[in-house]
Unconditional design. Sequence first.
Length: 400
Amino acid sequence: MNSLSNPVASTKHGIILILAAIMPVMAVISLVPVLPMLLEEFKLVDGYEVLVPIAMTIPALCVALFSPLAGAISDKMGRKPLLIIALIIYSVIGILPYFLKNLSLIITSRVFLGITEAIIMTIATALIADYFQGKERQKWISIQIASVSLSAIFLIGLGGMLGELLGSRGPFVLYLLALPVALLVALNLFEPKVKASISEQAGHFPVKKVVPLLFITLFVGIIFYSMIVKLGEVLAISQAVTPAMIGGIGALANIGVALGAFGYGKIKRSSGPLLLCVGFGLSAFGYLVTAGSSSLVVSSIAIFIGCLGFGSLLPTTLTWVLKLLPENVRGKGTGMWTGMFFLGQFLAPIVVTLLQKPMGSLSTVLVLIAVCCAFASLVAALKAKGASDLKCDETGQLQL
């Protein structure tokens, strides 16, 4: 569709998109406090030890599988109507387990929930890229990632409170929050208009440039969630820990991710490879020190530093991908990035568990991850010389 210009996006639009992006986080995070209650409730079901965690995490796999399709559909059908519909369906399906008694039906509902999450997460991110350019885009990408990380702290607390008040199904009430967000989207957001292509090849998907970044994103997702989902076991390397200690250090880790993302947003000039070099370097330090630490304080500081790296890596890869995407395939590309990141989330505990037995201990696995991060940092450092500035607008002009 040809257009001279889009309406001008403002802070209001950015905040609404951030609220929409936070919704999918509730799928897993809000249920963490009631997982023991759910396990107790379904203990008479065959295979409940596996099925209950699957019910909690299956939306992440669905996001990984369906995000590219969701993005491609939004490129063809438009973003705003699809986002409104997805938020409404997300709310309705999300609260269903509050009433369902059958574990199989709960898992089925969570699969459909994951599909709506794929649409919400992909379109919210694509709209940030549609609405903002250059420095403003990077600012809102960093705010999105930081806000999602910080929201996890509050969602865990809310999930625990609702679990205390309403029992094991209490956190499912949180999904109703998507309804007012859908209303905000309907009343305030506008459908972006695709500008005419400058050249014949402007609308082609840049496969050779984007695919390597997608695999880097997958690796980032794995190293990020390996630390998060295995946090209790990782901390136990140094000393025995209580759930409260795990929760407190987990909150510190999320703050580290948020600060890393905010820090990325404050950097005015830097190449993509240099940002990856720094991010992977911090991640390697975090993993290596944690693996060999016998002090909980040292481990906590190392994890925080590692999470600073994770927080900078996520907006770096996303900004880089968005910069390469023509407008008419932006949704598809954003969906692919989202899918790879969530695939990393799904694979992380599987990878660590599969490596742990043959390698003998979790500490050894952490050292291996640290070595992989250090190698990635070295490769990025070698690529940094002469690399162009990542933080420039679509015309190639630097944002000062």
